[in-house]
Design a protein around this ligand. Structure first.
Ligand code: XMP
Length: 423
């Protein structure tokens, strides 16, 4: 909207205050707002403001603080708020109205068509070569592998790397659940990752190291088979955007291991069948492909694993502490009625000691944070109002059962301004 205002002769100024979060909009009648009430809630995230619209433009909506929240100039429509986030009421309806009533788009796109197209594209690209696929056990890599195996059959080799940063019991679980679905190779690289991460505190550096080791391992594994030329990855669109590869000029928020960490001269060519999709769409494909429910319901887990949930240096001892705390949290969380609606719930180990008392002894142990969020696609998130008795039980169990933690805190920040992960 700001660029449009500037180009068409309006004026954009740095706002006196930045506006982040909920705002109430009042709109005027327009095709864009067909079927909507005159007032509703929208989500704002901007520092600059359109202070004058181009000559001949019409203001279609205003909030308390932003006079030009929506404007139309000829065929150009600009929205200052974010229609794509869950906190904007009727956001999807606005996008639908734009596509259907303004662009006159025909709704011919379907998931099935998309999958068929990707299968054909992969087959076409790989031809008679082989591809390896990074399997994490999560929904993204599983769906990516399933699509790729539709295209390539036995020419696809799934590789699961135990990087030592997995949750308790995860390696066995992945092996069990994928046993008959994808040709799977399990690589034990725990020592290698942990030694490369020794003493590293900087989150970006951790991600880069982990990304680099992943790729090296895949390259080495690929060499064990003849004619392997491709690497299939379950990268999603939010990862693409946040790594600055999107269509917009978004800042690089952080380098995701499966995008930013790729060395420039990688010898394998990357195939990313899900790179244009959001999580909910991947879940829809998973249902369509009849993948087990356990896959579809799995909560996202970041590629760099527990390394980005141990703030500060990663050591075997701290991994051990976090695994135990997280296991307790998961056990309790699964009993919650709201569990299926929660996007992610996990424990974070802070690089902070605090004084405690146990029996007649003083302790000086670590602080563990609990993070739980609602989200549709990981791009924005709201913290979950977990019940008091749940929080109390988890805190009691963690401090009683896990040696090394004597304090539990609860993170009550949304995204933005925080990210979901702590690093
Ligand atoms: P943030 O912390 O950026 O996370 O708000 C958004 C979502 O992405 C997940 N995440 C990752 N997933 N590789 C991944 O595959 C990564 O490097 C990575 N970092 C964050 C995070 O768990 C959340 O669901």
């Amino acid at each position: 909207m700001q660029l449009g205002a500037q180009i068409f002769g309006g004026r954009v100024r740095r706002g006196r205050t930045k506006e982040y979060g909920l705002a109430h909009i009042q709109i005027v009648r327009n095709k864009l707002f067909l079927g909507l009430p005159r007032r509703f809630n929208v989500w704002m995230s901007h520092g600059d403001t359109v202070v004058r619209v181009p000559a001949g433009a019409k203001i279609l909506g205003s909030t308390e603080t932003t006079k030009v929240a929506v404007f139309k100039y000829k065929e150009f429509y600009g929205l200052q708020f974010h229609p794509e986030v869950r906190h904007t009421q009727y956001g999807i309806k606005i996008i639908d109205n734009f596509l259907t009533h303004i662009c006159q788009a025909k709704k011919t796109w379907s998931m099935r068509k998309f999958v068929n197209q990707e299968v054909a594209r992969i087959r076409n690209e790989v031809k008679d070569a082989r591809a390896i696929c990074a399997i994490s056990g999560g929904i993204d890599s599983t769906v990516a592998a399933t699509i790729a195996s539709k295209a390539l059959g036995s020419h696809l080799i799934g590789i699961f790397v135990d990087n030592g940063l997995l949750r308790m019991g995860e390696r066995e679980e992945v092996k069990r659940s994928l046993a008959n679905k994808v040709k799977l190779r399990v690589v034990d690289a725990r020592d290698r990752f942990l030694s490369r991460l020794r003493g590293v505190r900087n989150p970006e550096q951790k991600r880069k190291i982990i990304g680099r080791e992943f790729i090296r391992i895949f390259e080495a594994e690929a060499k064990k088979f003849s004619n392997v030329k491709f690497l299939v990855q379950g990268t999603l669109y939010p990862d693409v955007i946040e790594s600055g590869r999107g269509i917009g000029p978004a800042d690089v928020i952080k380098s995701h291991h499966n995008v930013g960490g790729l060395p420039r001269r990688m010898r394998l060519k990357v195939i990313e069948p899900l790179r244009l999709l959001f999580k909910d769409e991947v879940r829809n494909i998973a249902r369509m492909l009849k993948l087990p429910r356990s896959f579809i319901q799995r909560k996202p887990f970041p590629g760099p694993g527990l390394a980005v949930r141990i703030v500060g240096a990663v050591t075997p001892e701290r991994l051990n502490i976090l695994r135990q705390a997280d296991k307790i949290l998961q056990e309790e969380a699964e009993k919650l009625k709201i569990y299926p609606d929660i996007w992610q719930i996990f424990a974070v180990l802070l690089p902070l000691g605090s004084v405690g008392v146990m029996g007649d002894r003083r302790t000086y142990d670590s602080v563990c944070a609990i993070r739980a969020v609602y989200s549709d696609d990981g791009m924005t998130a709201d913290w979950v109002r977990l019940p008091d008795n749940f929080l109390g039980r988890v805190s009691r169990r963690i401090t009683n059962e896990v040696r090394g933690i004597n304090r539990v805190v609860f993170d009550i920040t949304s995204k933005p301004p925080a990210t979901i992960e702590w690093e």
